[in-house]
Design a binder for this molecule. Structure first.
Ligand code: ADP
Ligand code: ZN
Ligand code: ZN
Length: 753
């Protein structure tokens, strides 16, 4: 018998090996000889015959039986991805596996540390802890409910939970646990057990055990819009139906997720929740854990260690984890009882992988829901125009949450400060400063949002026009004054800030433009009594720095936060009432047709940080174009109007979602080589019969990164099927071209150009 095996190699082919054992299930991991080494592979099929000549066929070295095979549903999904994204099946498959399963050695299933209460700890009543010690109380409660918790489960409770854990260990209340027995999969509120393959013994259902305690006292009564959303999704859990849940920040989307999830758990199903970046949405994970304290929830993202990621993956595959919360890579997790997929912030660009298999996890999630025959719920305050278009056309059900859920919570008032008429003090206008002072006097917090880190985006010489350009990229070097360095944000190149102009020796170099460091410095000068905190990728670079920064804001140790989009998402700061936006104009007239969509989403999101229930919020945007239509829609919080205008523009210009696109990306050290390759590629396209528009080779928006010249060829069609058929034929021809000095790849549904 021969096994057909997918390997992690950039070749669009499968490999046959002989095998004398019994039948092997597709999805099984095997070790096979490849070249001069052994490589791990995944069996995708068996056969009695092979086209490989008998002399060249090699035997399988061994099967890896420590993990169950990938289920057929996942193999089918990966096959779809391989076809759709024009990427070799082997690489596609391996992209979906946890790193530990990609290694060519047997898995030693690691034992991550678990913690449980000692007898002493069990005797402590959480109510006896000081009421201020919220995190300690909560940790103690959760430990009482669960048999044992892993480090990451504890960390997910609160940024300071690990510190509380340490204290508990010192007090002798908590010890490391040997067992990692999964928490029994009960459902909250005594709603019945969820089946775990074999089902739950009857006795486990009835008596209220501590496991059934709830994290929050009551589910809130739903608004009628929320009720409609929950009912719409949860009445048909056994058929494919995509839903778009549109509602501004605070409109109660998460509450809808939670109640739909409750319905799914009641039926014994598993739920997959995809989020853009786990770091940016810690509150979502905490809310899920708090709502379903007795249900095993695992997270899957690239910040987990290999051992924990593997363990969580296997718990999902074994059906032990009822809820999987993860970033884009989690979309490929095997889930035997999957009944619902939720994609939160579905418009977010980080769902698209920008290297290797360039898949969109949101789109793959929709395909997965379709193949599995289950509903999928896409949520956003600012849906992608693709999803919005689908909802308008009736292909997706549209669920609207038109108002903030908490009564009395008005959306923040958005106003514009016309900077074309005002003198700015180092980038900041007097009205913005006055508003900041007002918040300071009232003891409220403010956020100054600027999506550019560093001190100044460029350093120039006024005498000879020298400019701090990166010699490896077509970008500029950003001045980081604090570290006295010039940094390229594209390739990572760094150098010292020169004392004088390298061109003419002029010692008076000028810092042009503003970044977070400069705004921070200006605010320190202008608001000397304010406590200012900068939150950007630099200040949060150290591992675990971000939770500490966030804690400071939550605990009121900060008056003014200077932040980038790191802060724009998901965080709910109770005393934050003012958001100032500095320098957002660049995107208004960008060459990128998606720039306006991204800007609108970003501004809506950051505006959502201002003002919650008791304290009304205000957003002040400094701009030279206060009358821009995008700003008018933003001011009315009118996403539908914005989307309609954008869709009309795109229709006129023939852009997605009115057509489907793919890019042939190419890069090489030498620009001519790249262009020559793309011209040959265009010639290959011309030979084919197709209904696809093939455009001329164009330099990429960043025409050079890290010494590589980059260009692309755009192809598009009004028919997805026609585009797919063309890509398949074209790719075969491209693979036959001799292009050793050029690296090329296809990017289907590209987001970046
Ligand atoms: P979103 O996810 O859209 O930002 P959330 O679900 O987080 O909205 O809701 C915002 C706030 O309103 C939260 O504090 C939540 O607990 C509360 N909330 C949500 N729905 C209701 C409701 N029906 N009644 C009362 N409060 C609610
Ligand atoms: Zn000079
Ligand atoms: Zn560079």
């Amino acid at each position: 018998m021969f096994l057909r095996v997918a390997l992690d190699v950039p070749l669009n082919t499968l490999f046959d090996y002989s095998w004398t054992g019994g039948a092997v299930a597709p999805g099984t991991r095997v070790l096979v000889p490849f070249g001069r080494r052994n490589a791990v592979g995944v069996v995708v099929g068996c056969s009695d015959s092979t086209e490989v000549p008998p002399a060249r066929i090699k035997p399988v070295v061994r099967l890896f039986g420590e993990t169950p095979p990938l289920p057929p549903g996942i193999l089918r999904l990966l096959q779809f991805c391989s076809d759709y994204y024009q990427h070799p099946l082997g690489e596609t498959l391996f992209n979906a596996l946890p790193a530990a399963m990609r290694q060519s050695k047997p898995l030693s299933l690691p034992k991550p540390k678990f913690y449980c209460l000692t007898t002493n700890g069990r005797n402590v009543d959480p109510e006896t802890l000081p009421s201020r010690a919220v995190v300690k109380r909560r940790l103690l409660q959760v430990l009482r409910q669960a048999d044992s918790l892993s480090r990451s489960e504890i960390a997910a409770l609160s940024p300071t939970a690990p510190t509380a854990l340490k204290t508990f260990i010192e007090l002798g209340w908590v010890e490391e646990s040997q067992s990692d027995a999964p928490i029994p999969p009960f459902v909250k509120g005594g709603l019945g057990g969820i089946s775990d393959g074999g089902g739950i013994p009857e006795t486990a259902k009835s008596p209220p055990t501590p496991l059934l305690q709830r994290g929050e006292p009551h589910d809130p009564d739903l608004t009628s819009a929320q009720r409609l959303a929950v009912d719409s999704v949860s009445t048909t859990l056994d058929a494919f139906r995509p839903w778009l849940l549109h509602g501004v920040t605070g409109s109660g989307k998460t509450e809808v997720y939670l109640q739909v999830v409750a319905a799914v758990l009641q039926q014994g199903g598993q739920v997959l929740v995809l989020v853009p970046e786990i770091n940016l949405t810690p509150q979502l994970e905490q809310r899920f854990r708090a709502r379903f304290p007795a249900v095993r929830l695992v997270s899957l993202h690239s910040n987990l260690g290999n051992g924990e990621r593997l363990k969580n993956y296997l718990a999902a595959q074994a059906g032990q984890a009822a809820i999987v919360l993860g970033t884009r890579l989690a979309v490929f997790t095997p889930l035997p009882r999957l009944k619902l997929i939720i994609v939160d912030e579905e418009h977010d660009a980080s769902f698209k992988q920008q290297e290797g298999l360039r898949y969109s996890a949101r789109d793959v999630a929709v395909i997965r829901a379709k193949q599995t025959g289950i509903p999928i719920l896409l949520g956003s305050a600012t849906p992608s125009l693709e999803s919005w278009h689908n909802a308008q056309g009736g292909r997706y059900g549209l669920l609207n949450l038109p108002e903030r859920a908490v009564s009395g919570a008005a959306p923040p008032a958005i106003r514009f400060i016309d900077t074309s008429r005002l003198k700015l003090d180092d980038g900041l206008s007097e009205p913005l400063l006055a508003a900041l002072r007002e918040r300071l006097a009232r003891g409220e917090q403010s956020l100054v949002f600027i999506n550019r880190r560093g001190y100044a985006p460029v350093l120039i010489c006024g005498q000879c026009a020298w400019i701090s350009a990166c010699h490896r990229c077509s970008g500029r070097l950003v001045a980081h004054l604090r570290e006295r360095r010039l940094r390229c944000h594209h390739c990572g190149h760094e150098s010292r800030i020169p004392a004088a102009c390298p061109g003419c020796g002029n010692p008076d170099l000028t810092l042009l433009g503003h970044g977070t460091q400069r705004v921070e410095e200006t605010l320190e000068r202008l608001l000397p009594q304010a406590r200012i905190l900068r939150v950007d990728r630099d200040s949060a670079r150290r591992k675990d720095a971000l939770p500490e920064l966030l804690r400071k804001i939550h605990d009121g140790e900060v008056d003014v936060v200077v932040g980038t989009q790191l802060l724009a998402k998901g965080h709910d700061f109770k005393r934050l009432t003012l958001v100032g936006v500095v320098n957002a104009d660049g995107a208004l007239y960008s060459a990128d047709f998606r720039a306006a969509e991204r800007l609108f989403a970003q501004l809506m999101q950051v505006a959502g940080r201002a003002g919650r229930a008791e304290l009304p919020g205000e957003v002040l945007i400094q701009t030279q174009f206060p009358g821009h239509p995008l700003f008018m829609d933003l001011q009315r919080h009118d996403f539908p109007s914005f989307a309609e205008a954008q869709l009309a523009e795109r229709r006129q210009a023939g852009f997605p979602p009115w057509c489907y696109q793919a890019l042939l990306r190419a890069e090489a050290a030498d620009r001519d080589k790249v262009l020559t390759f793309l011209q040959r590629a265009a010639a290959e396209a011309a030979v084919l019969e197709h209904q696809v528009a093939v455009f001329d080779p164009t330099p990429a928006q960043m025409a050079r990164i890290a010494g590589k010249e980059r260009a692309h060829l755009l192809v598009q069609s009004a028919s997805r099927a026609a585009l797919q058929a063309f890509l398949k034929a074209w790719r075969a021809r491209l693979e036959a071209l001799d292009a050793r000095t050029v690296r090329w790849m296809l990017d289907v549904d590209p987001l970046e150009f």
